[in-house]
Design a protein around this ligand. Sequence first.
Ligand SMILES: Cc1cc2nc3c(=O)[nH]c(=O)nc-3n(C[C@H](O)[C@H](O)[C@H](O)COP(=O)(O)O)c2cc1C
Length: 195
Amino acid sequence: MLGGLRVLVVGLNGSPRRQGSSDALLRAALRGAEEEGARTARFDLAFMGIAPCRACEGCFEKGECVQDDDMSELYEALEAADAVLVASPIYFSGMSAQTKVAVDRCQALWARRQVLGMPRRPGVGAIMLSAARQDARFDNALSELRAFLIGIGLRPMGELTLGGSDQVGASERPEVLAEARELGRRLVLALSPGP
Ligand SMILES: Cc1cc2nc3c(=O)[nH]c(=O)nc-3n(C[C@H](O)[C@H](O)[C@H](O)COP(=O)(O)O)c2cc1C
């Protein structure tokens, strides 16, 4: 609870696999957030109609994208969110294209903060990544997604990476699901005013 109001945690799933590891991680993290009293909303980016950013800088005028597609509901949710959780598979050592297309469209929210000086109330974010290889490279996606969270006005405060997921996916790893759930709980607790 924050000031008597329930906080909103928004989860983004950047995997096209309906029951993949990103799905399982996000599900567990959102459950953890709900256990701490949060409301949650989830967006499965692979099944939304989201076109790439056109770099037209139209959003520099009012912070609104010139394109009208499923990003509209995502912009609204991201601006209303107290916390944002991003879950993506690793594709070629980076985030998935489905994740990146939504991230780039958030240039409009970046423009609100950095071009137009429109403040946002404080919020936090976390990143969850899964990859097939045990020795997968997570650093590219972590760096880009931290920049994304900061760019839209949130403080990154948690990260979870899962390697070897093609041998044993997140849904079959209770210890990893417990970690994701704990991350969801910590996100909400990070929003609570201290003593
Ligand atoms: C296009 C593509 C590229 C991939 N690239 C990598 C990679 O660079 N490193 C890796 O460890 N796994 C890679 N993978 C495997 C996925 O990261 C892995 O299966 C992941 O756990 C899938 O997550 P999901 O179940 O949430 O979809 C790739 C998979 C695809 C489809």
